[in-house]
Design a protein around this ligand. Structure first.
Ligand SMILES: *Cc1c(COP(=O)(O)O)cnc(C)c1O
Length: 386
């Protein structure tokens, strides 16, 4: 027997409650029974997105909603600005290019957050740019980009701020309406504590106006059509029925915990991850603007990062992510989003300590765990002395 722990930045663990909800007999999607579940999920989603506008549910992974935001709002030849500081920023630009848009790239060193001044400079120099494409949390480099500042730049221009919040919605406070984010996308297998297969997208009024003139080809991902169907408590095509049943359950869990508590838990887990790793003498990939969803850590000199992550997964039963592209073999990423709490983090840190020792890297075992405990205990009430 080897008990398995999943601490990857998607898919993330699914709570027992959600698994049970999804295990019932299949129901038909054009029924009052399904409509009720769908409508309740749509309402609860608005709270998590912090918007008054509809949140549309697509049957796709998160990238589907990224693609939908490009194809539904723009036309070939339109200019957009993509913040490229990691794998997912690169993806924004690639999707745009695939549909014939002209991409202005703002390059950011992997591990750094974008400087709003660099974006402002590009917008001033290219007044035809119709959108800034950003990640709230760039999962590949474990960085949080300054979305509120970016929204200040797009607010008074004929330009949208389109945010990939796939590891930010339900993790960190990125209030869409309050900050003036025009498009927010997310996906089920991250903070929503579900299997992969659902993508979520919400548009501001300013973004809906762009949808009126968009000429990019589209059929399945048609947001205007989905919006019309939401009003009728249904979807345009057959939805992922079981996933939506699970979605309601996960959203109820988020509501019961309270959004502020959800953010505080993620902030605490992220701080515990950072403090434990620096206590062990390891170096963080993004010490300046760290994501609340996942923490990137350089493997020590002389340790093969690929073998290290594989050892933790196959020998210790603890799955984390490695690095991508030029960070491959150089880092590991501890994910701490979704159905993750104190003792998952303790497990992760203990596993890292044990693996480091096995790889011949000398550490004081328990030092990282103690640093994590010191942060995590703050999430609990004081004990009443006997
Ligand atoms: C996981 C992730 C994606 C990709 O989502 P898929 O569900 O794999 O399509 C995009 N952006 C970010 C920031 C992510 O973390």
């Amino acid at each position: 027997m080897k008990k398995k722990y999943l601490l990857a930045p998607g898919p993330t663990p699914v709570p027992e409650r959600t698994l049970l909800a999804m295990s019932g007999p299949m129901i038909h999607h054009r029924t009052p029974q399904f409509s009720e579940i769908f409508a309740e999920s749509c309402e609860l989603l608005k709270d998590v997105f912090q918007t008054k506008n509809d949140v549309m549910i697509l049957s796709a992974s998160g990238t589907g909603a990224m693609e939908a935001s490009i194809t539904n709002l723009f036309s070939p030849g339109d200019e957009v600005l993509a913040i490229n500081g990691g794998k997912f920023g690169e993806r924004w630009g690639q999707i745009s290019e695939a549909y014939g848009l002209t991409v202005h790239w703002v390059k950011v060193e992997w591990g750094d957050a974008v400087k709003p001044a660099a974006v402002k400079e590009a917008l001033d120099a290219n007044p035809n740019i119709k959108a800034v494409l950003a990640q709230a949390s760039e999962t590949s480099t474990t960085v949080q980009h300054p979305i509120e500042e970016l929204a200040q730049l797009t607010k008074d221009r004929d330009c949208l701020l389109i945010v990939d919040g796939i590891t930010a919605v339900g993790v960190a406070d990125v209030p869409m309406d309050k900050w003036g984010v025009d498009v927010m996308v997310s996906g089920s297998q991250k903070a929503f504590m579900l299997p992969s297969g659902l993508a979520f997208i919400s548009l501001s009024d300013k973004a809906w106006a762009f949808a009126e003139t968009s000429k990019c080809p589209k059929y399945y991902f048609n947001l205007k059509k989905e919006k019309k169907n939401i009003a009728k408590q249904t979807t345009a095509y057959t939805p992922a029925v079981s996933l939506i049943i699970g979605l309601r359950e996960s959203l109820l869990m988020i509501k019961e915990e309270g959004l502020d508590n959800v953010f505080a838990r993620h902030a605490r887990l992220a701080e515990a991850a950072r403090n434990s790793m620096t206590a062990l003498g390891l170096t963080l990939l993004a010490p300046e603007n760290p994501s609340f969803a996942t923490t990137g850590v350089y493997v020590p000199e002389g340790v093969n990062g690929g073998a290290f992550v594989k050892y933790m997964r196959d020998e210790l039963g603890v799955t984390m992510a490695g690095g991508q592209d030029h960070l491959k073999g150089k880092i590991f990423r501890i994910a701490h989003l979704g159905y993750i709490d104190t003792f998952d983090m303790i497990t992760a840190v203990a596993a890292i300590e044990m693996a480091l020792t096995k790889f011949g890297h000398s550490i004081e075992a328990g030092k990282g765990v103690a640093a994590a405990q010191a942060v995590l205990i703050k999430g609990y009430k004081s004990a009443t002395p006997a």
